[in-house]
Design a protein around this ligand. Sequence first.
Ligand SMILES: *Cc1c(COP(=O)(O)O)cnc(C)c1O
Length: 427
Amino acid sequence: MTHRHKSPSEMTGDLGLVNGEEQCVYMAGNSLGLQPKKVKVYLEEELDKWAKLAVHGHFDGARPWVYFDEIISSSMASIVGAKENEVALMNGLTVNLHLLLLAFYKPTAKRNKILLEEKAFPSDYFVIASQIEMHNLDPTSCMLLVTPREGEQTLRREDLLSTIEREGDTIAVILLSGVQYLTGQLFDMASITHAGHNMGCVVGFDLAHAVGNVELSLHEWGVDFACWCSYKYLNSGAGGVAGAFVHEKCMHSVKPVLIGWWGNDRENRFTMENKLKLIPGVRGFRLSNPSIFLSCSLQASLEIFTEASMPALRKKSVQLTAYLELLLQRIINAESKEQLKRLKLKMITPTDPVQRGCQLSLQIPMLSQPVLQELERRGAMCDIREPNILRVAPVPLYNTFGDVHRFVKLLKDSFLAVILKDQNNIP
Ligand SMILES: *Cc1c(COP(=O)(O)O)cnc(C)c1O
């Protein structure tokens, strides 16, 4: 690549030139990760193989289609801190949430609630409400929503733990995100799991914004189940294959409710007898044969993660985000331009690095959409979640300290441009 702002050599990031020389600054890897260069190579290899070998591709070649997902599961397992047989690659995230809740949510007269965040991602909210309805229960009484304190944006650990202690008897499942998609808050999954288990609850996590972003130890923490998508920090491409985790301790006690031939033991699967030898644990939850195209694009990404390693990525991430925070605070405090105060900017992500991943979220009470437009015009990409939260994710795998510096400069220029244009409407 010849652009001044390069991505590391393993990733593509050609999002067009700005001012004829500089490449766009991409801070939206929390939404869709950039494409690893090997994706194209691997996809072409499999297209060729399909053209040449057709049905023999299932068992032949470097990536036997029938079990290639299992081959790459070990690197996925190490990213989430799981044993290899605790992880399956299948479906999309929302589908996996449903499949796992079918198996783990067993409401009784006394214990029938699911604890979740009030601002849970809409898909998670719909999944939970519909699972509750499926049991002929009422979502309004069975969804226990945890909310931040009045005037606060994020949940306090002690409040979460005391809610679990207080209401635990009636909670069947605790289902929280690992990293909150809107605020960027990282939850203390180990202590939530511990508190939930003390009260007899099942504990699961949606790791969509945590996987590939922060270090995870699902096995050690004793989490019962978890699931995640692979197209955000894991860079597998839109609609990439999702992951699911079921702890080894539940291997024989928790069984899938819906069963397909892919949950059947591989030895038995092709004998075509209607005899089920269910694979114990999460791999028994698989229903259909996996897509080689999704598997090999994920493989390209996982290879980079294995080489870079999560501890090293997280180490850089903490520094990168601290640098972003420092520069953003100067704007929020309007250290150089008094007019910036008018936008009433506010950082809502926790300032404690232990309580966040790479993303910082900035509340822009006024003119958030015009700010985003100005930013994109200047060649910086991030996103806004309605009504007014700007999410900025410096991703350690491909963002540099230089990117952060340039992004904040462009953001400040955008704020000032918007203020100038809108003099009359800002109090
Ligand atoms: C991104 C995301 C989803 C998306 O679900 P898909 O099934 O992959 O479309 C769901 N939940 C959360 C928390 C997310 O961040």
